[in-house]
Design a protein around this ligand. Structure first.
Ligand code: FAD
Ligand code: UDP
Length: 363
């Protein structure tokens, strides 16, 4: 059997590309080295019947109506706005930093207008914003940076804020009002029946075959195909020929408790305490009504499955070498968080995959 396309990876990048190509009449084989579809967004019931995200908490949010409507073909949604608190010395503070956070940290009672002026007295104004440290100091100054950002960032990346590109800390806004939602996007939703169910529908086509527990890089010659879409780490595809790209990994510690609720919000961050970065309680996110509750603690580590590209200029210039090699390929395409070495959210991966298929189909 010869396939028109072999797609390596059954996460967002691979599944969306597969569906679009299949709908255009192409025969597609999707392989994944894991024993399930969905990539890092995979969800499943744990042994206690609680719907969990084995690879860490995934909350869908986007400003793109197009991407939201695209995924709406494959799932119904449940409205959900994520909320996060940071725990510091027995007190809890809203994250992103907002008026409530600032009043609590500095023991003040500032109005929205006053917060703006107050932050002006704290900010370390930067003419050029290059690093994540520049972002944080420029928006909130030293005290809030040390309290909420530097320690968390060190734990998560094993780097100082000053060693990371601005885009990392810029993911977290600063607010002067009382908005305590983690994301500001127009669409903030969770798939009603979970991510895996959504992926089953994306991949449900007579033109798509899925093969799991199959590592393409260990079996390169086994499949007959015309074109390849690779969504794993780009450096691994090229056998690290220019050197390994750094990826950050995580160790997940899942726990179950025979209580209704473990914590008051979906996620509690631990910027300076504990070895883990955050605890997420899944029931908040999924809305599942079930007795008992399950949580996950995230411990960051350098080895293990690659989860995060590490955005900084050195790594970007190494990635550019791989990209230049990739651009010389005739029938091999790279898309997704690991293949494009981009700190992409789920919606951005969907957008990137749709754009790639449009290019391939010459739309
Ligand atoms: P992946 O999901 O990583 O899929 C790539 C697939 O390729 C994997 O299944 C892998 O097994 C397979 N693969 C790799 N190499 C091979 C090979 N050689 N052979 C066969 N298969 C292979 N985004 C959000 O929008 N909201 C969130 O709340 C959010 N939370 C996150 C929390 C954590 C802890 C992490 C790590 C990420 C989070 N993300 C979130 C980002 C989100 O996971 C990604 O944007 C998205 O899942 C990436 O999709 P992808 O298809 O590019 O990659
Ligand atoms: N961050 C931080 N303190 C926080 C939350 C985030 O310092 O309380 C920084 C940290 O560097 C983190 C980055 O902002 O890695 C992005 O945070 P986000 O929650 O978006 O990370 P993700 O959910 O992708 O792990």
């Amino acid at each position: 059997m010869k396939y028109d396309f072999l797609i390596v990876g059954a996460g967002y990048a691979g599944a969306v590309a597969a569906r679009e190509l299949a709908d255009a009449g192409h025969k597609v084989l999707v392989v994944d080295k894991r024993n399930h579809i969905g990539g890092n967004a995979f969800d499943t019931l744990d042994e206690n019947g609680v719907l969990i995200h084995p690879y860490g908490p995934h909350i869908f949010h986007t400003n793109s109506r197009k991407i939201f409507e695209y995924l709406s073909r494959f799932t119904e949604w449940r409205f959900y706005e994520h909320r996060v608190l940071a725990k510091e010395k027995d007190a809890y503070y809203p994250i992103p930093i907002n008026r409530i956070t600032i009043n609590k940290v500095f023991n003040l009672n500032l109005s929205e207008e006053e917060v703006e002026g107050f932050l002006d007295t704290k900010r370390v104004k930067k003419t050029e914003i290059k690093t994540s440290e520049d972002v944080v100091l420029n928006s909130v100054g030293h005290e809030l940076c040390e309290m909420f950002f530097r320690g968390y960032t060190r734990k998560q990346w094993d780097l100082d804020l000053s060693e990371l590109a601005a885009g990392v800390a810029a993911r977290i806004p600063t607010r002067t009002n009382d908005d305590d939602r983690y994301f500001s996007d127009t669409f903030q939703m969770m798939p009603s029946h979970g991510y895996t169910a959504m992926f089953e529908r994306i991949l449900d086509s007579k033109n798509i075959e899925v093969r799991l527990s199959f590592d393409y890089l260990l079996n390169r010659k086994e499949i007959n195909f015309d074109k390849l879409i690779f969504t794993g780490p780009i450096d691994a595809y090229y056998e690290n020929c220019f050197g390994k790209l750094p990826y950050r990994s995580l160790r997940f510690e899942h726990e179950h408790f025979a209580v209704d609720q473990f914590q008051s919000v979906g996620t509690v961050n631990y910027p300076n305490e504990q070895d883990f970065t955050r605890i997420t309680e899944f029931k908040h996110i999924t809305g599942q009504v079930v007795s008992g509750t399950s949580i996950v603690k995230e411990y960051s580590q350098s080895s293990g499955d690659p989860y995060y590209p590490v955005p900084n200029p050195i790594n970007e210039s190494l990635y550019q070498k791989y990209l230049a090699k990739a651009e010389l390929e005739k029938n091999v395409y790279f898309v997704g968080r690991l293949a494009q070495y981009r700190y992409y959210n789920m919606d951005q991966v969907v957008g990137s995959s749709l754009a790639l298929v449009n290019k391939i189909l010459d739309k």
